[in-house]
Ligand binder design. Structure first.
Ligand code: ADP
Length: 361
């Protein structure tokens, strides 16, 4: 069923207000106000009002002045003036200035009101759609800008690294020296490889459909343990994954794996030098149709002022960042797709805890 259109009617004559409400309350949601102060209060409390009808001749403020004034704070509702013939020049002026959408002659008849509601509603829907599209376009533009910047820096730097390593290597004879340069090249190329992986995730997340399946978190945990085994052996980090899943859980496994891998690769990357007992602890609990996943580390932590920013594209919160700032952006996009949420608690120099909640489908 279509939602009922919400309308505000402002008139100092109580009889008109009551008549309006009686005539239209079955088809629309009607708010009435006998003065403009009251009308503003109603507008503030009811953000879904789409159409404002306002009488021109009111004792405390003229209708056109009121409509011109509320337009600044509430630009979205469509404004319609109710007025008699005598006020024509005022009406034309208000229409020309864009302060009102149209006028309806007083005393009004039902047919005029209904047709202007329909017309105004169509206009409202069209402009709302345009607003949404504009917002999306703006976002796409901003991201393109960031991409252009990121490609010229983040892709360039490792490439320059590889090129200069090659130049040096060509001048060396000893295998040992060349070996060292090869290691540097390997590091740079790994970085490029990660960048391209993240880029692929970025596009997959934009286009891909959800693929819902039963998820066995014990299996997910086993895969994670296996995947990070080499890193654990190399870094001696105490890496634990605990699962408590008494019931079935349905969601998109590839998105959940994407989220886990991004959080975990960060937890491994942002460890604190000199910390003797480095740890990364993961707990996964399923209860009441919600999976709560915690990823906790005692690494370098995130500065308070960066906690909101880290989910933005290409944002990096520390100089120790070896990444490109893609990961948490992709995590956030994946969570939006499966209707999950993410929270971060962190203290600089102490560690970080990400808490994720995902509803079962
Ligand atoms: P990056 O590729 O730079 O790691 P992310 O989007 O994954 O990008 O993370 C954004 C920033 O958030 C990182 O650059 C880092 O500064 C910070 N960050 C993310 N996870 C952690 C963590 N577990 N500990 C400390 N800092 C983190």
């Amino acid at each position: 069923m279509m939602e009922k259109v919400e309308i505000l009617y402002v008139d100092d004559e109580v009889n008109n207000l009551l008549g309006f409400k009686a005539n239209f309350r079955l088809d629309y949601i009607i708010h009435i106000a006998s003065n403009t102060k009251e009308a503003e209060k109603i507008l503030a409390e009811n953000p879904n009002i789409r159409i404002i009808f306002c009488d021109q001749r009111m004792p405390d403020e003229l209708g056109v002045d009121f409509l011109a004034r509320v337009r600044k704070e509430y630009p979205r509702p469509i404004r319609i003036l109710l007025t008699a013939y005598a006020d024509m020049s005022v009406v034309i002026d208000a229409i020309n200035r864009g302060n009102i959408f149209k006028f309806v002659r007083k005393p009004w008849i039902n047919e005029d009101i209904i047709s202007s509601i329909e017309e105004a509603n169509k206009f409202y829907i069209a402009t709302s759609l345009l607003d949404v599209r504009n917002e999306e376009l703006q976002k796409a533009y901003d991201e393109l800008d960031k991409f252009a910047y990121s490609i010229s820096h983040d892709l360039r730097d490792p490439l320059t690294g590889v090129l200069s390593a090659i130049t040096y290597a060509l001048g060396y004879d000893k295998v040992k020296d060349i070996h060292e340069l090869l290691k540097m090249m390997q590091g740079s190329i790994l970085k490029l490889d990660q960048y391209i992986d993240s880029l692929r995730d970025y596009y997959l997340l934009r286009r891909g459909e959800l693929l819902l399946k039963d998820i066995d978190f014990n299996e997910v945990a086993n895969n994670l343990r296996e995947f990070y085994q080499v890193s654990v052996e190399r870094t001696q980090i105490d890496f634990k994954v605990e699962v408590d899943q008494p019931t079935n859980f349905k969601s998109d496994i590839s998105l959940i794996e994407l989220i886990m891998h991004n959080l975990l690769s960060n937890a491994f990357k942002y460890q604190r030098e000199g910390e003797a007992n480095k740890f990364i602890h993961v707990t996964i609990k399923v209860a009441k149709g919600i999976a709560t996943i915690e990823v906790k580390d005692n690494g370098i932590g995130i500065p308070t002022e960066a906690k909101e920013e880290i989910f933005k594209l290409f944002y990096r919160a520390s100089n120790q960042s070896q990444g490109m700032g893609f990961g948490l952006y992709n995590v956030n996009t994946a969570l939006i797709k499966i209707k999950g949420t993410i929270q971060v608690e962190s203290e600089l120099g102490k560690g970080t805890k990400f808490t994720i909640q995902i509803p079962s489908k």
